[in-house]
Design a protein around this ligand. Structure first.
Ligand SMILES: Nc1ncnc2c1ncn2[C@@H]1O[C@H](COP(=O)(O)OP(=O)(O)OP(=O)(O)O)[C@@H](O)[C@H]1O
Ligand SMILES: [Mg+2]
Length: 463
């Protein structure tokens, strides 16, 4: 056996002396690692997705936890690739080794690997550029094909030590896209461009020394499409969504741990930020303390206050700001942070200043441009004689896209588009009347006050 190893070694040396080609192998499993090599799977995706390589013998497998079919190059298949005019050969191999196991019968273990062959004079090009190119492309393909997930945080009492999960997840399958989102086309385009530029901005962010993250604040009344827009963002960029329920987060440390557990290419969402925490209130209290007003606090009152805090989450404004500012988000990969609120005016200015929340987007009541998108989605209408009237009414009323959408969904019996539009017009007219009545009521209430004021003025003049 020794002799055989010795001979093999010398034969290999002898042949490599005449053979100008270099070979690199990439194993599916490395050493004791039970995880599949990421480089191997990136190469696998690259080789199968690159139609120019045209492997003719393929192998099909079913992926874990999904019904999706995964294709890869069959064993002992070979393809040729070209990079900057240099030819390279990829081949797939399989070796079967018998490993002794605890049972009586040794088990055969299949080991797969890819072999890359190229001429020795291209060593530099291949190791410095080509391999990075293959791995980057392969990873990008994997991202496109993967099943995206929607994560929600689990309250820390339920974290299990053996599974180490802080997030529970389900497959993310929201159908919303920017195409189906009702809003003014220019505004929509601006947001889409901004998102795409961000997702391609790896080098830019590295150059200016900023963490690769971007904050969005979506604000507007209920039913104007804030949550829908987040889903559209995730679908546009192929990101996972992490929906943080702040009230279930115990304290700032827990918040940081949650963030460190997120994957790259993630949208981190905090919905209804004004309701999640009394951030503004706490800050005001602090300011008061600084003023010295609360130095003499009644011990009973203080106790009650602390008890109140105990009940809620103890995430503080500064904890949340650190979280956004990137001290803890300096881990690899891009992240979007999205806050939604119905009351933008009630948020602490520090929380939403530019640089933290880079883009503020107002989602508002349905205007005619937005209505046209909904009409196209729901009724497949580009134009209709009733559109003009609807356009007029929408300028004078406040109806949310959610309500408009409700009218445009053809009910099972009265299924025609015209009826839907007529119903919508009726609702808009009603809404208009109500707003006019309310305005009149307010005026009537104000009348006596105004009269008193005017009388007082006149009285003072007479004096
Ligand atoms: N701009 C819009 N474009 C298309 N559909 C919309 C739009 N706004 C609302 N909708 C429809 O209305 C429903 C509710 O919208 P969504 O949940 O996004 O509102 P929201 O702004 O998040 O409200 P809230 O403030 O209550 O969370 C969605 O299911 C969606 O179909
Ligand atoms: Mg919402």
């Amino acid at each position: 056996c020794h002799l055989r190893g010795f001979i093999e070694k010398y034969v290999r040396r002898w042949t490599s002396f005449f053979n100008p080609y270099i070979q690199i192998t990439f194993h599916e499993y490395n050493g004791d690692n039970f995880c599949r090599s990421k480089v191997y799977s990136a190469i696998e995706s690259y080789l199968i997705a690159n139609s120019s390589l045209r492997a003719s013998r393929l192998r099909a497998d079913i992926a874990n936890n999904s019904r999706k079919l995964i294709l890869s190059m069959d064993d002992y298949e070979e393809v040729t690739d070209e990079f900057h005019g240099v030819k390279l050969w990829w081949s797939s191999h399989r070796s079967i080794s018998k490993t002794p196991s605890l049972s009586l019968y040794p088990t055969a273990v299949e080991k797969r690997y890819y072999k890359l062959t190229f001429h020795g004079r291209h060593r530099e090009l291949v190791t410095a550029y080509y391999l990075n190119h293959v791995i980057d492309q392969g990873k990008a393909i994997e991202v496109r094909n993967r099943q995206r997930k929607l994560y929600t945080n689990i309250p820390s009492e339920s974290w299990s030590s053996y599974r180490k999960t802080m997030w529970s997840h389900v497959a993310f399958q929201h159908p919303a896209t920017f195409q189906t989102l009702a809003m003014e086309p220019e505004k929509k385009k601006e947001i889409v461009d901004d998102l795409v530029a961000f997702s391609k901005g790896k080098d830019y962010y590295a150059r200016i020394g900023k963490v690769w993250k971007r904050g969005y604040l979506l604000y507007g009344p209920p039913g104007t499409g804030k949550s829908t827009m987040i889903a559209a963002m995730a679908n546009l960029l192929d990101y996972d969504v992490y929906d943080i329920e702040l009230t279930a987060v115990k304290d700032n440390t827990e918040l940081r741990r949650l963030l460190l557990e997120t994957s790259s290419k993630a949208i981190i969402v905090i919905e209804d930020i004004d309701c999640s925490l009394d951030l503004t209130g706490r800050r005001k209290k602090k300011e008061k303390e600084e003023d010295g007003h609360t130095n003499k606090v009644d011990p009973v009152e203080k106790g009650a206050e602390e008890e109140g805090k105990e009940k809620n989450s103890r995430v503080t404004l500064s904890g949340l700001l650190n979280f956004i500012d990137g001290i803890w988000s300096a881990c690899k990969g891009e992240r979007l942070i999205v806050f939604t609120t119905n009351h933008v005016d009630q948020l602490d200015p520090a929380l939403i200043r530019r640089g933290r929340m880079d883009k503020h987007i107002e989602l508002s009541y349905c205007r005619f441009e937005a209505f046209k998108v909904l009409a196209k989605n729901y009724l497949e209408l580009d134009s209709h004689r009733l559109f003009e009237r609807i356009g007029q009414l929408m300028g004078e009323t406040k109806m949310t896209p959610a309500d408009v959408a409700e009218y445009l969904m053809p009910k099972i019996q009265s299924g025609c588009a015209e009826t839907c539009l007529e119903n919508l017009i009726r609702a808009l007219e009603l809404e208009k009347e109500e707003t006019m009545l309310k305005a009149e009521e307010i005026n009537v209430k104000k009348m006596p006050e105004m009269l008193v004021k005017e009388e007082a003025k006149e009285g003072s003049k007479e004096d």
